[in-house]
Design a protein around this ligand. Structure first.
Ligand code: ZN
Length: 364
């Protein structure tokens, strides 16, 4: 996720913190500062913040470790005000698995609440009547409250929050997966409007504005992604590849490449070997512009192209190739069939392929 800083790794999973989570922390620090201008309270505040981080990480590890049991790896965990996001590399095949993965996070917080209440006899903050207990218990009741909040709030059916995922999984047991997702996403966006209004009207709930934004954008993005994945299912790379494109020889000038860039819609040019036409590299638009700025029109394409371009088999699944492009394996992939280059795959072309398919589907 962009705008995030890496904190470290737990159970082999990188942990990141998003800037909006830092705002949450800052608002808590401010709260402590307004409450008392006392060093001990400030230190307690610091400990509380670290523990809060800890609880959110444990919540996310709950999701990630249950996902791992179902053979789904987690790319990373990012901490956000809504409790963090464990980015699973794929969605589990069976709705019941998604249900269990979604429940695992809040379940961790419920276990923490249970341990604090029944083993360590901690009570909720409003419940502390003994003044001595109040002094000792200020930290733990707050941890208790935070965990109860994390469990309860995340279970609201605001897809893509945990409760929304539980809802999608339950709906997917009865409905086709894309319809279940669209329905859960619409309910999520409806709730996002509610969060937004509450955030605007009640000043101390201003954080709900961020949550509304995350839920709204997240719901839309995930519903679109699911629709796309279903549309690309069982489609081979060959169907959506680009077959008419220009290539460059290593000794072609950047001026020639610039003329091709201006004359057509192609942004990136494969540089091929003069002898056997095998791909040697890729001159992207940014490589071309940097090369022109540094060395002028007469510089050689071969000297400014990126060496190495990833390839994909023409018969392999398109969805996996799209995932590779999204993961940053370059602006395009070389499509090969039995060692021969047969085309190029770009996200732009995949987008056009989807539009054509949708148009055909609509007329049907
Ligand atoms: Zn969660």
């Amino acid at each position: 996720m962009s705008w995030s800083w890496k904190l470290g790794r737990v159970a082999g999973i990188p942990i990141y913190v998003h800037w909006t989570f830092v705002i949450l922390i800052a608002s808590i620090v401010l709260g402590y500062w307004m409450e008392s201008h006392n060093l001990i309270t400030a230190l307690e505040g610091g400990g509380f913040i670290l523990s809060l981080f800890g609880c959110v990480v444990l919540h996310e590890l709950g999701h990630a470790l249950v996902a791992r049991r179902f053979g789904v790896p987690t790319s990373d965990i990012t901490l956000l005000p809504i409790g963090g996001v464990a980015r699973l590399q794929r969605i589990p095949e069976r709705p019941v698995q998604e249900l269990l993965i979604a429940l695992a996070g809040p379940a961790v917080n419920v276990v923490i609440v249970g341990l604090l209440v029944f083993v360590f006899q901690v009570r909720f903050p409003g419940d502390v009547s003994d003044p001595q207990q109040l002094v000792q218990a200020r930290f733990w009741p707050k941890i208790l409250e935070v965990n109860a909040f994390l469990a309860g709030f995340n279970m609201l059916p605001a897809f893509p929050m945990d409760g929304g995922r539980v809802l999608r999984a339950l709906l997917a047991m009865r409905l086709p997966y894309s319809r279940a997702t669209r329905l859960a996403a619409s309910i999520g966006q409806f709730m996002a409007i509610g969060f937004g209004l509450l955030g605007l009207c009640v000043p101390q709930y201003f954080l709900l504005l961020f949550i509304a934004l995350f839920v709204w954008i997240g719901a839309e993005a995930e519903a679109t992604q699911v629709e796309e994945r279903i549309a690309l299912k069982d489609v081979p790379v060959r169907t959506a590849m680009l077959t008419e494109y220009h290539t460059l020889m290593p000794f072609d000038s950047l001026g020639h490449a610039a003329d091709l860039l201006l004359a057509g819609t192609q942004h990136d040019f494969p540089v091929v070997s003069p002898t056997d036409h095998s791909f040697q590299g890729l001159l992207t638009r940014s490589d071309l512009l940097t090369g022109l700025a540094r060395a002028g029109r007469d510089a050689l394409a071969g000297d400014h192209a990126k060496t190495g371009i990833f390839s994909v088999e023409a018969s392999s699944p398109l969805a996996a190739a799209v995932a590779r492009l999204r993961a940053g394996q370059g602006p395009c992939l070389q499509v090969v069939d039995q060692g021969e280059t047969v085309g190029l795959l770009t996200l732009e072309n995949v987008g056009e392929f989807l539009m054509v398919r949708e148009a055909l589907h609509d007329t049907r």
